[in-house]
Design a protein around this ligand. Structure first.
Ligand code: FHN
Length: 696
């Protein structure tokens, strides 16, 4: 082959490599829903996993210079200088580390996946990394800790996941430094280099340990990280293992410990509530509560505030009944063993899961809004029927369990004790099922009984009475909704309970006078739901201002104040630093300033007599007054928050005042207004007026 030809081929190869190297990472963020469902299926069915926080911080075990409330954050909470902290490398030698025992304990507890810290915020890596010496290979143990664990998980059929901290208190290129690390120079620190370091390590973690089920990012809340970097990192990780599941902490928009983010701007496959369980399920949203068994993630030898096994099982059930996963944490000791208290709880949870795991795995959220005595999970079966699993926390004294509002035909009721399905007797009434419980079947943690029902569950809730507002000036239009397909809703407007001779709801109702509307669901002329009730009031609109003596022009007066508040001050007692005319009342995080307040005053032109609903959306606090009456109170130190209020107004000009303050962070303010006849719109600037005769 001629030299010329070889050169030509070499050039082609170089060009091709450069092109490939510069191709934008494939965008996994908009994958088809079917693909996401396939990828998430094992995780959604798993419902229960083990979190492991382990590292150098397990050596001090929470104690530093007499203080004993530290844990995985000890380098920061005890302000340990880097060179002092690095000395722990010499002491890290988990001679009792036994991956087989760890995985067996997780499996016996009924956990289907394990997520372990590959690197926590302190930067120490539990794996053999080519990109740093601050890893397990620099300790007496001198072996990769994650590889045998990954292999053991694969051997025992448990998914392995990696926790990886974006925040890194060790790497010289990570910024920001800890506030107290005055001596640690940031000279030449290059965050872009740190991101490349992190990506190199993620490539190591996603190419040398087999299939990884989950990438659990954390430490994403500092200002150097953002959603753009998060979306890029999400695509990067998916490009290395495209079936992997990634939490929402890859982005930077998690709403604190509540753990949810706006998926429109932030990447991530599931929300991550931490140390808390959402009040209700989140239909269509995947989420996982992570929680400690005591008060610490990393091992703290003084922390004996262990949650009981019953409490942990109830939390697992509560989470599953809301459609979430439970990631329960173990903080191993420095020698590689789990604390005995953790082992005991894992084994006791496992005994319960052996009997009732079917009521957790592969289930979906409860169809009931709430059950006083416990929770419900559900599972659609291949024959089209549904198993409703009722988890009884409070056993009824008379051994009779009432299932309210269940409309479906019940095929059978049984105790799901292991493979045996011991039938139990029940009576199906139109609006409830009464189950005769066997007191000998009471479980010390949570008893479970199953109802197999025809089709998908239909629950007869009290009908929903829907109207723009309970106040009206001329008339109010009311719709009544029901949760059940085949239904007859009877209603009254005189406050009496509806019966089968009351008005049959067939179309929206219009009321012209005060009324108390009550509604109830009937099937076969029998009441099957509780009664819902709502009062409606005819009101006189507030009269408009007499404007004969004022001269109006478009705009609004805006006074600006300086101050550090946690709630709105009385601006009338303060002197403004600036007074100006504004076109409208709106801030879009546009002010490059903090610790300030605004007071807008002027007139609002109302086009017709009606009840007006106002909203303020603000970060931080805000209030809205009309004709000196407080209509919306959205005061306080908070992130973006919406508050609402209503007031009946006559056509004409009305005084409007909006107060706002911002402490630090975002500064956002929007005012919305709507009537029954029109949608919610931002307050139009053409409806805002000032009196030109007022002195600025
Ligand atoms: O700062 C960490 C903390 O140490 C722990 O890892 C938890 C577990 O979710 N995550 C962060 C706090 O939100």
């Amino acid at each position: 082959m001629s030299k010329k030809y070889i050169n030509f081929i070499s050039i082609l190869v170089i060009i091709f490599t450069l092109l490939i190297g510069n191709l934008p990472a494939k965008d996994y963020l908009n994958e088809p829903e079917k693909r996401t469902d396939l990828r998430m299926e094992w995780w959604r069915n798993a419902r229960f996993g083990m979190f492991i926080h382990w590292g150098l911080y397990s050596i001090p075990a929470g104690e530093w210079k007499g203080e004993t409330n530290h844990a995985e954050w000890i380098r920061t909470t005890a302000q340990i200088p880097l060179e002092t902290y690095e000395k722990f490398l010499d002491d890290f030698n988990p001679i009792n580390y036994d991956p087989e025992r760890w995985v067996s304990l997780a499996k016996k507890a009924g956990m289907k996946y394990i997520v372990i810290t590959t690197k926590h915020h302190d930067g120490f890596c539990l794996f053999d990394s080519k990109y740093t010496e601050f890893d397990v290979m620099s300790t007496p143990y001198d072996k990769d800790l994650l590889k045998p664990l990954a292999e053991e998980c694969q051997a025992q059929g448990i998914k392995i996941g990696w926790y990886h901290s974006i925040m890194d208190w060790h790497h010289p290129d990570y910024l920001p430094r800890r506030g107290w690390e005055k001596k640690r120079s940031t000279k030449n620190a290059d965050f872009g280099k740190y991101v490349r370091y992190m990506k190199n390590q993620l490539r190591e973690l996603l190419s040398g340990y087999g299939d990884i089920g989950v990438l659990w990012f954390d430490g994403e809340w500092e200002k150097t990280w953002n959603d753009k970097l998060g979306r890029d990192l999400y695509n990067y990780v998916r490009s290395l293992q495209n079936s992997i599941i990634i939490n929402n902490r890859v982005g930077a928009s998690r709403s604190g410990m509540a753990g949810f983010s706006d998926s429109k701007i932030s990447a991530g496959d599931f929300g991550t509530p931490e140390q808390e369980i959402p009040a209700t399920g989140k239909p269509g949203v995947d989420w996982e509560t992570c929680m400690t068994m005591n008060n610490h993630w990393g091992y703290n030898k003084y922390d004996d505030n262990w949650k009981s096994t019953e409490d942990l099982i109830h939390k697992l059930i509560d989470i599953a009944s809301k459609g979430g996963n439970f990631l329960l944490n173990v903080g191993p000791q420095a020698d590689g063993t789990f604390p005995e208290e953790s082992v005991t709880r894992l084994e006791e949870i496992g005994q319960w899961m052996d009997k009732y795991g079917a009521a957790i795995y592969g289930t979906k959220a409860s169809p009931f809004k709430n059950l006083e005595w416990g929770r419900c999970t559900q599972k659609q079966l291949e024959d089209g029927s549904t198993n409703l699993y009722f988890h009884i926390f409070d056993w009824p004294a008379n051994n009779k369990l009432i299932i309210p509002g269940l409309v479906n035909k019940v095929n059978k009721a049984f105790h799901p004790d292991g493979m045996r399905k011991q039938s139990i007797s029940f009576r199906k009434k139109l609006d409830e099922v009464i189950i005769d419980l066997n007191p000998n079947k009471q479980d010390k943690y949570a008893s479970v009984i199953v109802l197999n029902i025809e089709g998908k569950p239909e629950i007869a809730y009290a009908p929903e009475i829907i109207a723009f507002n309970k106040m009206f000036v001329d008339s109010v239009r009311i719709k009544i909704n029901s949760s059940v397909q085949e239904k007859r809703i009877y209603y009254t407007v005189d406050g009496t309970d509806p019966g089968q001779n009351s008005n049959l709801y067939q179309a929206p109702i219009v009321l012209y006078n005060n009324a108390q509307l009550k509604a109830r669901l009937f099937i076969d002329y029998k009441a099957v739901s509780p009664v819902s009730s709502k009062k409606f009031y005819k009101v006189k609109p507030l009269p408009a201002e007499n404007i004969s003596k004022i001269s109006l022009k478009n705009g609004i007066l805006c006074e600006e104040y300086k101050g550090d508040w946690n709630r709105l001050p009385d601006f009338k007692k303060l002197k403004p630093i600036k007074v100006s005319y504004a076109k409208n009342i709106s801030l879009n995080n546009s002010q490059q300033k903090e610790y300030f307040g605004l007071r807008y005053t002027g007139f609002l032109k109302i086009e017709q007599d009606a009840v007006y609903k106002f909203n303020t959306v603000s970060d931080d606090g805000s209030k809205l007054y009309i004709d000196n009456k407080l209509v919306v109170d959205n005061d306080g130190l908070h992130s973006m928050n919406l508050a609402e209020g209503s007031i009946p107004l006559a056509k004409g000009f009305h005084k409007i005042e909006v107060q706002y303050f911002d402490k630090t962070g975002g500064n956002y303010l929007k005012i919305y207004c709507q009537t029954a006849g029109d949608g919610k719109n931002e307050l139009p600037s053409e409806n805002l007026y000032i009196n030109q005769l007022d002195k600025k």
